[in-house]
Design a protein around this ligand. Sequence first.
Ligand code: SF4
Length: 339
Amino acid sequence: MASLKTNLVLAHTCESMPANRSVPSEGSLRRRRRVAIRYDACAHESCRNNPNANPPYDRDCRDHAHAMPPNGANRVLLHSCCAPCSGAMFEEMLEKNLNVTIFFYNPNIHPRKEYDIRKEENKKYALKHGVPFVDADYDAKSWYKRTKGMEFDPERGTRCTACFDMRMEVTAAYASKHGFPVFTTTNATSRWKDIDQVNASGLQAAEMYPDVQYWVYNWQTDEMTLRKYQISAENKFYKQEYCGCAYSLRDSNLYRKKHGIPLVKIGGETAGLGTRYGVYFLLRFFFHHHSNFSVSLSATLKTPKRMRRKSRKMSCANFFKMQQTTSTTKSSKEGRWLP
Ligand code: SF4
């Protein structure tokens, strides 16, 4: 059994990834064409007849026409960002008797310690269910290259588009090379993410490979979200407190500092359902303040170059100062970033 489980972990090295994955696409992001995202209408009669259903279907109905992968495919490559986000998704896929493989490619995660914790937890949970796990290299250098110049963009902004694009492109390339007709991502399950932004990156990446399709599905239903937190609590998953990259860590800490919440602690406690589910207001509150932060930041960027350099130096100094104090602070349930 042990050797079978070891065989379920497959390595994917940088050498096998698309060479252009680190090419910054700032220009194309600014001129990015709109990708048509089609959320199919629900086949369930009560949804179709419900004028109040969240269009084009009731968010909590599991009977959508698109609840199965496109073209009746059975083999799915699931790009996963962490165990808490993948749990409910692959549980649902296993219930549908789909042949699912987890693809862990997240060079955005910083620092390396946080990356290792998230990866090991995800791997452990996949192996527990006998799901193959593709362990892709920690390709951080390429990620920083790709997101260069977007360091001060807010969450859900251009940097996140670049981040999703890169991860989806590498996933699509792997899917095509290894005979997966369909891929999708756990990024689409988090309510902290703009689902259309995530899906647009997936669809765009799939366009590069005619033999591969991206599976669009609303994974953010109340039911899925609740199940996600239940699985997190049952398995005592590690409580990650920010999205993943160094910039989201910086911004989360700025937000926390401003609101008197202890700073992010890398490698903190394990998860529980507790206050994590039901503090949805926190999400809206964060984005409200987060966008204000970006407005003040863009105002800074309009100041003369000399002052701009000085301010950037200061914010970098604060950032590193904060990072140094991060490991010594206590974490708080109230201020958690919810995946
Ligand atoms: S905030 Fe999250 S999605 Fe956006 S760039 Fe950072 S890691 Fe990627």
